[in-house]
Structure formats: structure tokens, C-alpha cells
Design a protein around this ligand. Structure first.
Ligand SMILES: [Zn+2]
Length: 148
């Protein structure tokens, strides 16, 4: 019985630490962007984080994605508005919109011409690879060498 109390107390301590960590994360002006966006009713929070649990992407890529989700990449908008640097806040490529993480990931007309298309094709390649694997169809060892 004492072990049960100890286990229960440890669980309460861990839960308390997790709650405090989440509160501190939400309170951060810059890095709190992702949790604020995930609080929306339209986002499936469990599904939004499952890619982090699978562990099948490189750590460097994962950190870049997380930084982008937190809108913490070094954009002109961030430099101008948050870091008060004397930099134009507009996009370096299209020069039409504020250079935010959101703009760079899905709103820049210059990037839409090829980078977004390449990203789309890679996602489709991975999807096709996963379907082939699930159906037992012969394919390559790595998804990125697979040709749909
Ligand atoms: Zn742009």
C-alpha cells in the first residue's frame, strides 16, 4: 500500500509540473502562438501532435517545424515588431505582405510557384508510399526514393 501512495503522489507531482509548464508556455508572447492556435475548436489537438510521437523525421527538421508553428523563425516581421530591429517587415521575396511564418509557409505568391508545389508533391509521394506499404505492393525502402 505505501508504494501505491508513493506512485499516486509522484503522478500528482508530474501532473502539477505538466500543468505549470503548459501555463508558462501559453503565457509566452512569442512561443505561445502554437498553443493559442491549438485552442481553436477546429483543431484536433491529439492529431496535431501525433507526428511528433512517431519519430520518423530528423531532429533538425522537427525543430524547424516546431519553430515555424510557434512563429519563432527569424522573419523580417519578427525582427521589426518583436526585436525592434530597423528592418522592413515585408517579405523579402514578394515585397507585398508582412514576412510572418504563416506567410512564408502558405501565403507567398513567389514560393507558391515552385516550393509549395514541391512540398505538395512530397506529401503525395509519402502518402502513395504509405498506401503501397499497407497494401503490400513492392516499393523502395525509403519513402523519399519512392516514385509514385
Ligand atoms: Zn512573400
Amino acid at each position: 500500500m505505501p508504494e501505491d501512495r508513493s506512485t499516486e503522489r509522484n503522478k500528482k507531482i508530474k501532473d502539477s509540473i505538466a500543468v505549470k509548464t503548459k501555463e508558462r508556455w501559453h503565457a509566452k508572447r512569442l512561443h505561445g502562438q502554437l498553443p493559442h492556435n491549438l485552442d481553436e475548436k477546429l483543431v484536433d489537438i491529439e492529431q496535431s501532435g501525433c507526428w511528433l510521437k512517431s519519430g520518423d523525421i530528423k531532429g533538425e527538421t522537427e525543430s524547424t517545424i516546431v519553430a515555424t508553428q510557434n512563429q519563432a523563425i527569424n522573419t523580417n516581421y519578427l525582427k521589426n515588431k518583436s526585436l525592434n530591429e530597423e528592418t522592413e517587415s515585408t517579405c523579402q521575396l514578394c515585397k507585398q505582405h508582412e514576412e510572418t511564418s504563416e506567410h512564408l509557409t502558405l501565403g507567398c505568391l513567389i514560393l507558391a510557384k515552385n516550393k509549395y508545389l514541391m512540398r505538395h508533391d512530397k506529401v503525395c509521394t509519402h502518402l502513395h508510399y504509405s498506401i503501397c506499404k499497407a497494401l503490400g505492393t513492392e516499393t523502395t525502402d525509403k519513402w523519399y526514393t519512392h516514385i509514385p
